[in-house]
Design a protein around this ligand. Structure first.
Ligand SMILES: [Fe+2]
Length: 384
């Protein structure tokens, strides 16, 4: 992927701070009066459902509710679309983790598109602007609150990929760190590690530029510094606030700069072996960082110096880049993440087909070191 120039657009109004959910009704009413509300099962169980519905009512809105479970599929998208259309929704509100926000993007973005969702999943161009979307992240890391792509799965064919359109980006996101307090440690860890991985991949991707670098560096530092504390203590509001803004920073950076081979491989591995996205990304991250070392050494060293001020003058870029990879591995160990690909349930004789399936993805094409399938296979085999 060669880019002679860069573009950067942020279509989302960002509204954030502890307690900002109280403004949801007012913010949503700016966009429409009839809302399709999509909630994750976890968000619904936390009692958030009542809080959100009361806020929408106080804004004078009427709404219909869908509770979504698991990662979004073409089936759940078709169900969401028919519910939204039957209700005559003017705006979609999606509250939950990346999966629910991605489902919300696809429902809002395809609202006026005729025909089967399958066609759009496999590349039919989107020609009509959908209805506006409000995202309410309750888990921080994916950046889905601001990104313009919806990751979906075709369960029949076992294909997981994005539908992407600039108009899919949320009109407004309400970022309230209070919503992520007391989440189970594993959910906090997987989401935050996805965020750390995305920040590092956006920082080193071929589409990286000075504007995305500012966001990606800061996001990576925040994830690395705040995540262990947030996982250890569900009440640590300062850590949650840092993760919340890091997630949005990372999402803005990756939307403009794209990602890398971790995300190129994560989708086929995730759907084949039924592993959570954040865990797959975490296991792959140090392995792919070592693969990318020849092309990304300088950025890795810069990030290491930002994380460790005493390293400003000590050691070469190569030493500091390796020290960053070891630092990432230390965080993974601390959070109980395995360091071997076999622990994702990936048989060694399927590595080749996983790489082949990931090769066409935009993430793979944005990887800093051009991906040669045979070289990547040899590299991954060492870490299997
Ligand atoms: Fe991700």
């Amino acid at each position: 992927m060669t880019r002679a120039f860069h573009t950067f657009s942020l279509r989302t109004r960002l509204v954030w701070g502890p307690g900002v959910l109280a403004e949801l009704g007012k913010e949503t009413a700016r966009l429409g009066q009839r809302a399709m509300l999509i909630l994750s099962k976890t968000a619904a169980q936390k009692g958030l459902s009542e809080q959100i519905q009361a806020n929408l009512e106080s804004g004078g809105l009427t709404y219909t509710l869908m509770v979504a479970t698991g990662e979004p599929t073409l089936t759940s998208l078709a169900q969401g679309l028919s519910l939204a259309r039957e209700f005559g929704a003017q705006v979609v509100v999606a509250a939950g983790g990346g999966s629910v926000m991605d489902l919300g993007k696809a429902v809002a973005g395809l609202y006026h598109e005729p025909g089967a969702v399958l066609d759009y999943f496999y590349g039919k161009p989107i020609s009509k602007k959908g209805i506006p979307l409000v995202t309410v992240p309750t888990v921080f890391g994916s950046g889905a609150e601001v990104t313009p792509n919806a990751v979906l799965s075709d369960q029949d064919k076992q294909v997981k990929q994005s539908i992407r359109h600039p108009d899919f980006a949320a009109a407004t996101t309400m970022i309230d760190p209070l919503l992520s307090l007391d989440l189970p440690a594993s959910i906090t860890a997987f989401a935050g590690l996805d965020g750390l991985c995305q920040a590092i991949e956006a920082l080193t991707s071929r589409g990286a530029n000075p504007l995305t670098d500012v966001l990606a560096f800061d996001a990576a530092v925040r994830f690395a510094q705040a995540l262990p504390g947030a996982v250890a203590n569900g009440h640590d509001l300062a850590a949650r606030e840092s993760l919340a803004i890091a997630s949005t920073m990372g999402g803005i950076a990756l939307a403009a700069a794209r990602l890398g081979a971790v995300h190129g491989l994560a989708h086929p591995i995730g759907i084949r072996y039924h592993q959570p996205h954040g865990k797959v990304c975490a296991v792959l991250l140090p392995v792919i960082m070592r693969y990318n070392l020849p092309a990304a050494q300088e950025k890795y060293a810069q990030l290491y110096r930002r994380l460790n001020s005493s390293a400003t003058t000590a050691g070469s870029d190569c030493d500091q880049a390796l020290a960053l990879i070891e630092f990432v591995e230390t965080i993974l160990r601390q959070l109980g993440i395995p360091l071997h690909l076999r622990e994702l349930g990936l048989p060694p004789d399927e590595l080749e087909s996983v790489i082949a399936e990931g090769m066409p993805s935009g993430s793979m094409q944005a990887n800093p070191r051009p991906v040669v399938p045979g070289e990547l296979l040899q590299h991954l085999t060492q870490y299997w």
